[in-house]
Design a protein around this ligand. Structure first.
Ligand code: PHE
Length: 449
């Protein structure tokens, strides 16, 4: 089958396992290794983790199914799929789902532009940990300040990162994405396990596990709960059609329930392992966990420098960060590219270069002006993903035809029917309401004093 072609010769994953690795590669990213640990640190640990796990189950998984079902059933890019499965609806339904599709493509475009800048920072720190770029006199703080403050250096690494992403996506779903993710994901898990064994000897492991897994509900705030819910979206790559697009390369008889559980479980386990490793390092050094967004780039490199064998740990850690960011960035570009390939007949190779180039250009804006970075980050993760997720939930729960809806649950007999009903109740009523709460909170309409 010609890979990357459109129309009847549309590409497919080589195996179910390959699909799970690619989709969990999308899910496991900077959100797991960089963001999850620092927000957990800021919101007080165990109780936040518990709420986050609840959000993954109650909102994340149901939405993951919705996206996979829509993609698999339609066999098209996110906009094409949303249009196809709601073509029998009235104008309002059609417009709403078309809007979500377009917003998904725009989100992929915009998120990748700044995500790539952060991916580039990880490459810079990888070179620093190899000692190929010297650490600044003032340590990681100064090194990071100089990096983020120099648009030239940031742009250089952003360019390298985008080139890595484009080169994989251009080669197609099977020969590019699946093949690379099938190597990156096992490598990533391997590195994480080695780091875990290492921190077992540093003395911080017990404190780290207690911090992450012993809930202290007095520390939990409403703000933390909504942050956990918002993060569940980002970390599972939901709300913009990444799972619709990846689901569309499944064979049409694939049973998606088990795969969804695998993807969410891998994502969650890897976030928890990364948190365990990072906080063990932090506690072993007698530091506080609430360092904020600078945790990975500012706090950790200094701590690595002080640890015995720390150089190897630093190299492993930043390689982990690069791999995680890379496989996620691939899915962001694929959402946009699939649209141009499926709907406009653009060739995959040319499209990857053109669209990747345009994304690169916007990304330079984020590398030059931190305001652009912050604006795009806030706009996409706070508003576009939740809004997209809400509409996808509404489309899956209310708009698409019942036979399209249950298709992903068949082949399980009685349990399938029960699961389908439970899922339908959640996706119709619970998910949209909870997601609306996140949006209102981000818009500061819901406040916690
Ligand atoms: N899930 C990725 C992460 O955790 C980010 C992402 C969001 C990727 C949306 C694709 C789509 O870093």
């Amino acid at each position: 089958m010609p890979d990357g072609s459109h129309g009847s010769g549309r590409s497919h994953w080589g195996s179910r396992f390959g699909f799970i690795l690619a989709a969990s590669g999308s899910a496991v990213g900077l959100g797991n290794i960089w963001k999850f640990p620092y927000i957990t640190g800021e919101y007080g640990g165990g109780a936040f983790v518990l709420v986050y796990l609840g959000c993954v189950l109650l909102v994340g998984l149901p939405l993951m199914y919705s996206e996979l079902i829509i993609g698999r059933r339609a066999g098209k890019d996110v906009l094409g799929a949303m249009r196809k499965l709601t073509s029998h609806c009235g104008d309002m339904g059609k417009d709403l789902s078309g809007f979500a599709g377009m917003m998904g493509i725009a989100s992929g475009f915009l998120i990748l532009s700044f995500y790539s800048v952060v991916g580039g920072w990880a490459i810079h720190f990888f070179w620093v940990s190899l000692d190929l770029i010297p650490m600044a006199q003032g340590g990681a703080d100064e090194t990071f300040g100089a990096l983020a403050g120099s648009w030239k250096v940031s742009t250089l690494w952003h360019t390298v990162f985008m080139a890595l992403v484009i080169s994989v996506v251009a080669r197609g779903v099977h020969d590019g994405i699946e093949r690379v993710c099938s190597r990156l994901m096992p490598a990533l898990i391997g590195i994480l396990l080695i780091l875990l064994v290492y921190v077992g000897f540093t003395g911080g492991l017990g404190a780290s596990l207690a911090f992450l897994f012993r809930p202290d509900f007095s520390k939990l705030s409403g703000e933390g709960a909504l942050e956990a819910l918002g993060h569940a979206f980002f970390t599972l790559s939901l709300g913009m059609g990444a799972m619709v697009t990846y689901g569309s390369y499944l064979k049409s008889d694939t049973f998606v329930v088990r795969d969804g559980v695998w993807i969410a479980a891998l994502d969650t386990i890897i976030a928890l392992l990364a948190g365990t490793v990072i906080f063990a390092v932090v506690f072993a050094a007698g530091m506080e966990p609430g360092a904020g967004p600078g945790l990975v780039f500012v706090t950790l490199p200094d701590l690595f420098a002080q640890m015995p064998g720390g150089q190897a740990v630093g190299i492993g850690f930043f390689l982990l960060l690069i791999f995680a960011a890379w496989s996620s960035a691939i899915s962001l570009l694929e959402v946009v590219l699939a649209y141009f390939v499926d709907e406009h007949g653009l060739s995959r190779g040319r499209g990857a270069l053109l669209i990747g180039g345009a994304i690169w250009l916007i990304g330079v804006g984020s590398a030059v002006w931190s305001q652009v970075f912050d604006f795009l980050d806030g706009l996409t993760t706070n508003y576009m993903l939740p809004l997209g997720g809400m509409i996808i939930a509404i489309a899956a729960g209310w708009l698409i035809k019942p036979e399209d809806r249950v298709a992903g649950f068949t082949r399980t007999g009685g349990a399938g029917a029960f699961l389908a009903t439970a899922w339908l109740v959640v996706i119709r009523f619970v998910t949209p309401v909870l997601v609306l709460a996140v949006i209102l909170y981000k818009m500061e309409i819901i406040r916690f004093e």
